[in-house]
Design a protein around this ligand. Structure first.
Ligand SMILES: NC(=O)c1ccc[n+]([C@@H]2O[C@H](COP(=O)([O-])OP(=O)(O)OC[C@H]3O[C@@H](n4cnc5c(N)ncnc54)[C@H](OP(=O)(O)O)[C@@H]3O)[C@@H](O)[C@H]2O)c1
Length: 335
C-alpha cells in the first residue's frame, strides 16, 4: 500500500513520519510532498532518507491508497481533486472540509464508522482541541446524555505550527538576553503571557477556533450538545490542556465518572490530587492518550461535573487520530 504525506516538513507532517513508523503501519512505500521551500529535503523513515517532492497538479497520487494531508486549508482545497481523482483516500488535517455534509469528520473513539461514508474520498480530521474533548465527552455520554459544555482551553504554541514553537523558544532567549522579543506568529509576545485569541474573531464575539468546538463536536457526536468555549494560547510548547465543565441529563457521581474514564478507549486517568498526580502538558507531550484528571462535582449544579484534560495535539490532535482512522479502514477492509 502506497501512502503519501502532504506537508511532510511541518509540525504535523513530522509527527506522521514518527507515528507511521512506530505503529508499523502496513505501507510498501511512503511519498513525501511539500512546497518548493522543502522540496529536496530528506527526512528519515525506517532507516532510510525519504526526499520531499514538490506538490504540483497532475497524477502523482495515481497509485497512492491514502494521503495524509497537513499543509493548510487552502492547499487542501486546491489539491483535493488531484489527490482523490484516482481513488486515493484523503485524510485531511485542515479545516477545509470539516463541516461539509458529504465529508465525514471522525474521531475513531466516537464515530469510526462514519469514515466509511466518504462520497468525495475525503475524511476530515477534526480540530485538535475538539478531538481531545470529544474523546473525554464520549466516556461521559455513555453514562448520561450531555446537554452542554463550558470549556476553556490552554493551547500550546506548536498548535500554530513548527515556526510558532520556534518563535516561543526564540522569545525566551531574546528576553533573557535583554533584547526585544520577535513577534510574528502570534498577535502579541507569547513568552510570559497568555493570548485569549486563536484564529479570527467572528460576528458573535467568539473566535473561529471556539466555534469549531461548537460545530465539530455536534457533528462528530451526532448530538444536540451545546459547547461554549474560550480558547487561549499559552506559553507551553506542546500538548493542549482544557478545563471542561459538563451538564448531563442525569447526575453523575465522581466515582461513576472516574470508572467511565478509566475504561474508555484512548483515555488515561491521572487523578490522585493528594499525591500531586494530575495531567500536565510538560510531561505528556509525545504521548498517545487523552489524559483526564481533577474530576469533581460542580458546586453550582447537581448535574454538573468538572474535569481537566491534557493531550498532545500534534499526536492525538492530528497525526495519530488520522492514522487511527486509516487503521480502522484497513481493519474493516474498507480501503
Ligand atoms: N500544529 C498542530 O497542532 C495542528 C493540529 C491539528 C491540525 N493542524 C493542521 O494541520 C495543518 C498543518 O499544520 P502544521 O502545524 O503542521 O503547520 P506547519 O508546521 O506550519 O507546516 C505546514 C506544512 O505545509 C506545507 N506547505 C505549505 N504550503 C505548501 C504548498 N504550497 N504545497 C505543499 N505543501 C505546503 C509546508 O511545507 P514547506 O515547508 O515546504 O513550506 C509544511 O510542511 C494545518 O491545516 C493545521 O491547521 C495542526
Amino acid at each position: 500500500m502506497k501512502v503519501a504525506i502532504v506537508g511532510a516538513s511541518g509540525a504535523v507532517g513530522q509527527e506522521f513520519l514518527r507515528v507511521l513508523e512506530e505503529r508499523k503501519f502496513p505501507l510498501t512505500e511512503l511519498l513525501l510532498f511539500g512546497s518548493s521551500r522543502s522540496a529536496g529535503n530528506s527526512y528519515p523513515f525506517k532507516g532510510k532518507q525519504l526526499r520531499v517532492k514538490e506538490l504540483k497538479h497532475g497524477d502523482d497520487f495515481k497509485d497512492v491508497a491514502i494521503a495524509f494531508t497537513s499543509a493548510g486549508a487552502s492547499i487542501s482545497k486546491e489539491f483535493a481533486a488531484d489527490i482523490t481523482r484516482f481513488g486515493t483516500v484523503m485524510i485531511d488535517n485542515s479545516s477545509a472540509f470539516r463541516m461539509d455534509e458529504d465529508v465525514p469528520l471522525v474521531v475513531p473513539e466516537a464515530n469510526a464508522r462514519d469514515a466509511k461514508q466518504r462520497p468525495r474520498g475525503i475524511i476530515a480530521n477534526p480540530n485538535c482541541t475538539t478531538i481531545q474533548m470529544v474523546v473525554a465527552l464520549q466516556a461521559i455520554e455513555q453514562l448520561s446524555h450531555i446537554k452542554r459544555v463550558h470549556v476553556s482551553t490552554y493551547q500550546a504554541a506548536s498548535g500554530a505550527g513548527a515556526a510558532a514553537m520556534d518563535e516561543l523558544e526564540q522569545q525566551h532567549r531574546e528576553i533573557i538576553a535583554g533584547q526585544t522579543p520577535t513577534v510574528s506568529k502570534f498577535a502579541y509576545q507569547l513568552a510570559f503571557n497568555l493570548i485569549p485569541h486563536i484564529d479570527v474573531f467572528t460576528d458573535n464575539g467568539y473566535t473561529k477556533e471556539e466555534m469549531k468546538m461548537f460545530h465539530e463536536t455536534r457533528k462528530i457526536m451526532h448530538s444536540d450538545i451545546e459547547v461554549s468555549a474560550t480558547c487561549v494560547r499559552v506559553p507551553a510548547l506542546r500538548a493542549h490542556s482544557e478545563s471542561i465543565w459538563v451538564e448531563t441529563e442525569q447526575p453523575i457521581s465522581v466515582e461513576e465518572a472516574k470508572a467511565a474514564f478509566a475504561k474508555a478507549p484512548g483515555i488515561e486517568l491521572i487523578d490522585e490530587p493528594a499525591e500531586k498526580k494530575y495531567p500536565m502538558p510538560l510531561f505528556l507531550s509525545g504521548k498517545d492518550p487523552v489524559h483526564v484528571g481533577r474530576i469533581r462535582k460542580d458546586l453550582s449544579n447537581p448535574n454538573g461535573l468538572a474535569f481537566w484534560c491534557v493531550s498532545d495535539q500534534i499526536r492525538k490532535g492530528a497525526a495519530l487520530n488520522a492514522v487511527q482512522i486509516a487503521e480502522y479502514l484497513i481493519r474493516e477492509k474498507n480501503i
